[in-house]
Ligand binder design. Structure first.
Ligand SMILES: [Fe+2]
Ligand SMILES: [Fe+2]
Length: 335
């Protein structure tokens, strides 16, 4: 594989760096921000080497362009800076991942390039793996035509409720991803059970109830998904300890998992399914308060879900807008 390097700076800089690189990489040379933007699109470089000395004003803007766009955010930047700690800090703040003096000592430049490439490949592999899991989640959703858009809505509703509950940004991100991934374990459940219109037999119920644990196992190996594991494993627990798979109770049932679960049930019962007619928003919230009365859910969190659904305009508000059920109503299912 030919590794291309974006080299940004004036002619003197490019000549010096080229000399230090000794022809080991294929180099794309640019001098301005616009030329850099074009080169990023056209030649998809693996590394960037940028002049960030004060004599090169375009350098900072080029760094900003690279680190500011999702497509190039992971591109490692090696920079040459003026000597002194202040210049070093300014270069790091501008987005440089490695900083060298000028002219760059050849051995050091090449070693830092190798280090940056190793880091880049490692991050890419990580991203690839989690992409596969998200793709798998979409495949699971596609298995069940009636739940189209379910995972995305659940994520959005849970994030909004999390915001109302003042949960931190990291937890809200876990809720968004949890929305997509919570039912990934259904990949291990036969289609006849997932799409069955009507009551599940006890045997089928036992199989269906395994999906949270299967989901947790799928995501477990990935460090980047670790904060989601409790959400995935416990999205069918109940506060009084009668849920599954662990029967955890009260404060052992984490708030983010409770929020995701409420968003999940809310979406399940406000959308049309083969096994039930959808409810209106008000009726769904009433239903959830009813479950809170039984000791299963938390009234305060149910209220937050109601406000979040209103803020996002999720669920129908008029009963007459809801079509009749496609099949006789057998049972409420909220997986
Ligand atoms: Fe769900
Ligand atoms: Fe589920």
């Amino acid at each position: 594989m030919e590794i291309s390097v974006l080299l940004a700076g004036d002619l003197e800089f490019r000549t010096a760096v080229n000399a230090a690189l000794d022809g080991r990489y294929s180099v794309v040379e640019v001098e301005s921000v616009n030329a850099a933007a074009d080169a990023l699109l056209a030649s998809k470089p693996y590394l960037a080497c940028i002049d960030l000395r004060s004599s090169s004003p375009a350098g900072v803007a080029i760094c900003g362009r690279i680190k500011g766009a999702a497509a190039t955010r992971l591109l490692p930047i090696l920079a040459c800076a003026d000597s002194g700690q202040e210049a070093l800090i300014a270069a790091l703040d501008a987005g440089a991942d490695h900083v060298l003096s000028y002219p760059p000592p050849a051995a050091e430049l090449q070693a830092k390039m190798r280090a940056a490439l190793r880091a880049r490949l490692a991050t890419e592999r990580l991203e690839d793996t989690s992409q596969v899991i998200f793709a798998l989640a979409n495949a699971v959703e596609a298995k069940d035509a009636y739940t189209e858009g379910h995972t995305e809505r659940v994520g959005a509703l849970a994030v909004e409720a999390g915001r109302l509950a003042s949960l931190d940004e990291e937890t809200r991100e876990a809720l968004r991803q949890g929305g997509v991934l919570h039912d990934i374990g259904k990949i291990g459940i036969p289609n006849e059970i997932i799409n069955k219109a009507g009551l599940l037999t006890q045997k089928e119920r036992i199989v269906m109830n395994k999906h949270p644990i299967i989901g947790e196992r799928i995501c477990e190996p990935l460090k980047s998904l670790r904060s989601l594991l409790p959400i995935i494993r416990w999205h069918h627990e109940k506060l009084d300890g009668t849920g599954y798979p662990d029967g955890i109770k009260g404060s052992a049932f984490p708030v983010p998992a409770q929020i995701l679960q409420l968003a999940d049930i809310y979406d399940a019962i406000t959308t049309d399914r083969p096994y039930h007619r959808a409810r209106t928003r008000a009726s769904a919230i009433e239903f959830l308060h009813g479950e809170a009365n039984k000791g299963w859910r938390d009234h305060e969190l149910v209220k937050l879900i109601g406000t979040a659904a209103e803020n996002l305009n999720l669920g129908r508000t008029r009963d007459e807008d809801i079509p009749p059920p496609p099949a006789p109503i057998g049972q409420w299912r909220t997986e």
